[in-house]
Design a binder for this molecule. Structure first.
Ligand SMILES: [Zn+2]
Length: 185
C-alpha cells in the first residue's frame, strides 16, 4: 500500500524515480471507483439535450458546467489550448451537428490565457530542440477579443456545418467568474 498519498486528502503525488507512488492517475481511478459505486444509469441519449456545442480553453480555472449551469447530458464540450477553432474543432463541431443534432455554438476564451504569452516562435524553438517543426500552428494571440471574433468567423464560414446562425462568443473572467460577450466583427 502506498503510504505517501491519502486518496481522500490533497497531498501532492510524490514521484519516486521512474515510478510515481500514489500518482495522480491512481487518485483519479480511486475517485472513479467511488463515483461508479453511486452511479445509476440515467438512460440518456447521446444527443445533447440543449442542442449546443461549447468550444472552450482547456484552462483548469474554467469549470464550464458550473459556470454555465449545465447538467449532465446538456451539451458537447470541445476544449483545447486557447479554445481556438482549429481543423480538429471543426471536425468535432461537424460531427456534433450532423450526427448528434446540435444547432448552437458557444465559444469561450478567458482572461489570463497562456496563449497570450506565446508566439509562433514557439514552433521554431520546438524545431531547434527536436529537429522537427510541428505541422500545427500555435494559434497564439495578443488580443483575446479579436481571437474570439476570429474563432466565430471560422465557425460561421465553415462549409461543413449545418447550422451557423446561432454562434456566440465570450471571454470568461477567471477572477470574477463572469462571461463577457464579444460582438462579432
Ligand atoms: Zn486559456
Amino acid at each position: 500500500m502506498s503510504t505517501s498519498a491519502s486518496l481522500s486528502g490533497h497531498t501532492p503525488a510524490e514521484p519516486v524515480g521512474d515510478t510515481a507512488v500514489g500518482s495522480v492517475t491512481d487518485r483519479l481511478v480511486e475517485a472513479n471507483t467511488k463515483y461508479a459505486a453511486a452511479f445509476t444509469d440515467p438512460g440518456m441519449d447521446a444527443r445533447p439535450v440543449l442542442k449546443v456545442a461549447i468550444v472552450a480553453c482547456m484552462d483548469a480555472r474554467l469549470d464550464l458546467h458550473a459556470a454555465l449551469g449545465l447538467e449532465l447530458g446538456d451539451c458537447h464540450t470541445i476544449r483545447n489550448a486557447g479554445g481556438v477553432v482549429t481543423d480538429d474543432v471543426i471536425r468535432s463541431l461537424t460531427i456534433s451537428q450532423r450526427a448528434l443534432g446540435t444547432r448552437s455554438v458557444v465559444l469561450i476564451h478567458h482572461t489570463g490565457c497562456g496563449l497570450e504569452s506565446l508566439t509562433e516562435e514557439f514552433r521554431q524553438d520546438l524545431e531547434n530542440e527536436v529537429g522537427q517543426r510541428p505541422t500545427w500552428a500555435v494559434e497564439s494571440f495578443r488580443d483575446v477579443e479579436q481571437d474570439v471574433r476570429q474563432s466565430m468567423q471560422r465557425v460561421r464560414t465553415s462549409p461543413f456545418l449545418l447550422h451557423t446562425d446561432d454562434i456566440r462568443g465570450f471571454v470568461f473572467d477567471v477572477q470574477t467568474g463572469l462571461l463577457r460577450e464579444i460582438e462579432s466583427a
